[in-house]
Design a protein around this ligand. Structure first.
Ligand code: PLP
Length: 322
């Protein structure tokens, strides 16, 4: 099958030399946090493919899910509104009296939100969205379901493109490794596919921010296999190609810890904002592992998430974990 043509809403992002921390390794940052405003961050690359697929299938609405402060949901709503699709969200958590961060944007853009419990989200989110889609179809609508984080064989193509975008830089500068946060696996899967297709000699380190290495290895492998099969790619990806780093989750998803918060505050002084859910943990994890690795040059993938800091306003200035 031919690779689909994505819609275009993002701007090209720079790779910047980072000088804020004294390390033996030279650190570069791929600024995917600068790819847009309401759409900023890694979800936009995936959505350029997913929304293209929805439009090709003549859908008129999108359904997706995530936690209350989901960057993916906010980006999906922004994309949907830009391309004339109606956004439906299933959010894990409870409604807020005064919504802030990503949720405030979801509300302002007037997404139709249904709140579900953590156990419903964990055990039945796919079924819940499918059931809802059936109900919409009965009413004459044409919904398109996007899985959590936009992480499937379509969304992952966005990060294959990103690897293509970085390939010359990686070769010219002889970059040894790339680090990214892993939250639903699609970003890592796309980067890995790109690395294989372009035969890049670079280590791909994914810092997990929830769940387990086993869970994400299986998930990433499955996404990669589906892409390879669907688009007839002549590459083979095995679980040995997947290098995930554990130890920086802390007490759980979206629960920050003091060392991470310290790094976020330190990096902010250089004008770059990391957030406590994904990039804060990934950057902290990278700095810790750099102490043991002999890398000369690395790239940190800044995957965005700026709006979620508004939901962490108090904790960002305290020294204890929440
Ligand atoms: C800001 C940010 N960074 C990183 C990630 C992780 O990317 P992925 O879900 O593709 O693993 C996410 C979403 O989960 C995110 O919102």
């Amino acid at each position: 099958m031919k690779m689909p043509k994505p819609v275009k809403l993002t701007s090209k992002t720079p790779i910047m030399r980072f000088k804020g921390i004294n390390t033996k390794t030279e650190i570069f940052i791929k600024r995917d946090d600068l790819n847009g405003l309401l759409i900023s961050g890694n979800k936009a690359r995936k959505l350029e493919y997913l929304i293209a697929d929805a439009l090709n299938k003549r859908c008129d609405s999108v359904i997706t899910c995530g936690p209350v402060q989901s960057n993916h949901c906010r980006t999906t709503v922004a994309f949907a509104r830009n391309f004339g699709l109606f956004p439906y969200l299933f959010l894990r958590g409870r409604p807020k009296k005064t919504p802030n961060g990503n949720l405030l944007i979801d509300r302002l853009l007037d997404a139709r939100i249904t709140y579900i419990t953590p156990s419903e989200y964990h055990n039945k989110r796919t079924e819940i969205m499918a059931e809802y889609a059936k109900r919409l179809i009965k009413k004459g609508k044409r919904p398109y379901i996007i899985p959590e984080g936009g992480s499937n064989e379509i969304g992952a193509l966005g990060y294959l493109d990103c690897m293509r975008e970085m390939a010359d830089f990686i070769k010219k500068k002889k970059v040894d490794a790339l680090y990214c946060a892993v939250g639903s696996g699609g970003t890592y899967a796309g980067l890995l596919l790109g690395k294989k297709i372009l035969k890049l000699n670079i280590e791909l380190n994914g810092v997990i921010i929830c769940d387990t290495v086993q869970y994400f290895t299986d998930k990433i492998l499955k996404i990669c296999e589906k892409v390879v099969y669907r688009f007839g790619m002549k590459i083979k990806i095995t679980r040995h190609d997947i290098n995930l780093i554990d130890g920086y989750v802390g007490s759980g998803y979206a629960i920050p810890y003091p060392e991470e918060l310290e790094v976020i505050r330190k990096i902010a002084k250089t004008g770059i904002i990391l957030e406590p859910v994904y990039t804060g943990k990934a950057f902290y994890g990278m700095l810790q592992t750099l102490k043991k690795k002999k890398y000369k040059r690395v790239i940190f993938m800044h995957t965005g998430g700026l709006f979620s800091i508004f939901a962490f306003n108090r904790i960002l200035f305290s020294k204890v974990s929440c």
